[in-house]
Design a protein around this ligand. Structure first.
Ligand code: HEC
Length: 182
């Protein structure tokens, strides 16, 4: 009983604190990104690019916004899962659509993080990616399924090569380890 009362009081206090601080606070640039204040000509507003002091600072902000490989891998992971389901549905056009997008997206990641280009091209873009494209063109269910499993292995091998093996112990790869009987 006492603990329940205490938790009510804590919730009320937290709400009161957050509304009072929200009311007091003016817009301000976050501490988590260095040198934003120094590169700003006007008080912080939604014009986060236009109010930067010059193009150098604007491009720096866009680079930060664009993030690293993870921004594209997130999307690659999504498309990879869509392909898995498209294979079950035997929707080859959809699989092909996502597979094509994966190359463009991957190249964007490599433009931002060129250190990853050698592994990405040797292990995936110039080899494994082409094999799955050919399998899709064949419309042969068994070779498409087989080739998809090879892609899965390549994705995971690159994560190991890039020293992030923990990425592989995850639902995205577990759930695509095999296909239901057709
Ligand atoms: C260059 C080798 C390479 C290949 C090939 C590769 N990855 Fe990645 N992947 C990475 C790296 C490096 C990261 C971590 C990026 C970071 O944290 O900036 C990553 C991260 C991920 C993530 C986590 C993204 C997140 O939310 O932070 C997923 C999901 C993923 N990869 C899926 C895939 C799939 C699916 C494939 C195959 C179609 C694939 N990867 C092929 C290198 C690769």
């Amino acid at each position: 009983m006492f603990t329940r009362k205490l938790s009510y009081i804590l919730v009320i206090a937290a709400v009161a604190f957050s509304t009072s601080t929200l009311a007091q606070n003016e817009s301000r640039l976050p501490e988590g990104i260095p040198d934003l204040e120094a590169g700003q000509i006007n008080p912080p507003s939604a014009n986060w690019l236009l109010d930067a002091e010059d193009d150098q600072e604007r491009f720096r902000r866009i680079q930060i916004y664009a993030g690293g490989t993870y921004e594209q891998m997130w999307q690659i992971g999504y498309r990879y899962e869509q392909i898995y389901h498209a294979i079950i549905d035997e929707n080859w056009e959809l699989a092909d659509h996502h597979w094509d997008k994966i190359t463009s997206v991957f190249n964007v990641a490599l433009m931002k993080r060129p250190r990853r280009t050698p592994n990405a091209e040797a292990m995936f873009l110039n080899s494994s990616w082409i094999q799955f494209k050919q399998a899709l063109d064949s419309h042969d269910v068994n070779s498409i399924r087989q080739s998809f499993q090879n892609q899965r292995n390549t994705c995971m091998a690159c994560h190991v090569a890039e020293e992030m093996p923990f990425l592989n112990d995850s639902p995205i790869f577990r759930n695509t380890a095999e296909f239901p009987e057709n």
